[in-house]
Design a protein around this ligand. Structure first.
Ligand SMILES: *Cc1c(COP(=O)(O)O)cnc(C)c1O
Length: 397
């Protein structure tokens, strides 16, 4: 069958792809004709260590040869170890929140640092569904404050808290009791608060809604409200912004954190972390996932977490700066923003044609809304890759 016929067998939930990739190698992708591309999309901020990184590759291989699945009715080590690793990273991050030191990736929590328990699932949307259910059970309240332009996933609950009318159209009514506030609008946030609100759900950097970083003042105001505070770190987590969790740079410890995209370098996984401060709401039977905690995904995720160390986080921050500095004086650029290697370039023209032209020139990029070009390369990119990407973008713009 021709590629077009094959494509027509998939439900058309995405625009028709321009390229079919058959192989990945570090920060490069290879298409069916053998053409190589520099990957500044990383499968939408997922392939965090680059394609076929030896650490998660070896860990997943070893686990594939031992045990694929046993269900959560039984204990398996990869899920338990991953939960421990994430709890330690949470403790370290909570400590780093007090004083974020840029020279320091901020981990190795002390014995007294707050820890977290994990629930594993298979995607970002599922992680946010777990957070929504957890907050209801913990607070007895249905109301949620979320942000305009936010993105939390496509399932019914996650879509209910996604502040993008175009994604909701055709599927309403969704969950009620959700109030949307403009990012960084402290007054609007306070005005939206009421007795019915049990959860405030924030992306530290709005990844799909234009790469908008939240400021510390806004997040501090959210922390003062009498509700659970959840950070959706599905896109910003696991080193993407230059610290293991993005919330470390905002100086506030959340009650709930969701992770997914970069956690297992491309294998499906999602995670809800519940901090000690909010512990105890779920009991056996309250929630579940057949595939959640899959041993192969969890083994890969452990290797990813081990690889995201101080040195890599420092490199993410440095290369992010280099990338942003090189972008500011390109044609059509109105604003350059983001944290670490999650970078948004607001343009005075639509971003879609730039993404297409860059792809034709051998660079894979993303959009984030109509006129924002998004760059989210693997965290292992070097200065040379950053400079190559800038050269291609300069040509196509
Ligand atoms: C991608 C994303 C999601 C949804 O993740 P899926 O795995 O596609 O369900 C949720 N929240 C944020 C911030 C995301 O970037």
């Amino acid at each position: 069958m021709s590629p077009t016929t094959l494509q027509s067998m998939l439900l058309p939930t995405y625009p028709t792809p321009r390229v079919a990739f058959v192989e990945g190698d570090g920060v490069q992708l290879v298409d069916a004709d053998g053409t190589r591309y520099l990957d500044f999309a990383a499968g939408i901020a997922v392939v965090s260590l680059g394609h076929r990184h030896p650490a998660p590759l070896a860990a997943a291989h070893a686990q594939l040869d031992r045990l694929w699945h046993a269900s959560n009715l039984f204990a398996t080590d990869p899920a338990r170890v991953l939960a421990t690793v994430l709890s330690e990273r949470f403790a370290g991050a909570a400590e780093g929140c007090a004083v974020f030191r840029p020279g320091d990736g901020g981990f190795a929590g002390g014995a007294s640092s707050p820890r977290a328990q994990a629930f594993f699932c298979n995607s970002g949307a599922e992680a946010n569904e777990a957070a929504l259910k957890y907050a209801r059970k913990a607070t007895g309240k249905r109301g949620v404050i979320a942000l305009e332009q936010s993105f939390h996933g496509r399932t019914a609950g996650a879509l209910s808290v996604t502040g993008q009318p175009s994604k909701r159209a055709g599927f309403e009514p969704l969950l009620d009791g959700v109030r949307f506030v403009a990012p960084n609008d402290v007054e609007g946030l306070r005005a939206a608060m009421s007795d019915e609100i049990g959860l405030v759900l924030l992306e530290p950097v709005l990844g799909e809604g234009g790469v908008i970083p939240l400021d510390a003042e806004f997040v501090a105001a959210a922390g003062e409200l009498d509700a659970l505070l959840a950070f959706d770190e599905v896109q910003t987590g696991v080193g993407r912004t230059g610290t293991f969790f993005a919330f470390e740079q905002l100086g506030i410890i959340p009650d709930l954190v969701t992770l997914a995209k970069g956690l297992a370098n491309g294998l499906p996984i999602g995670c809800l972390l519940v901090a000690d401060a909010a512990a105890g709401a779920f009991e056996p039977g309250d929630h579940g996932s057949t595939f959640g905690g899959n041993p192969v995904s969890c083994a890969a995720a452990i290797a990813v977490c081990e690889t995201v160390d101080h040195a890599l986080l420092a490199a993410v921050r440095a290369n992010g700066e280099r990338l942003r500095a090189g972008l500011v004086d390109l044609p059509h650029v109105v604003d350059v923003r983001g944290r670490g290697l999650l970078v948004g370039v607001e343009l005075d023209v639509p971003a879609g044609p730039i993404v297409d032209a860059a792809l034709d020139a051998g660079l894979v990029t993303l959009t984030s809304g109509a006129n924002v070009l998004r760059l989210a390369p693997p965290l292992v990119v070097g200065e040379l890759h950053v400079d190559q990407a800038l050269t291609i973008l300069r040509e196509v713009m």
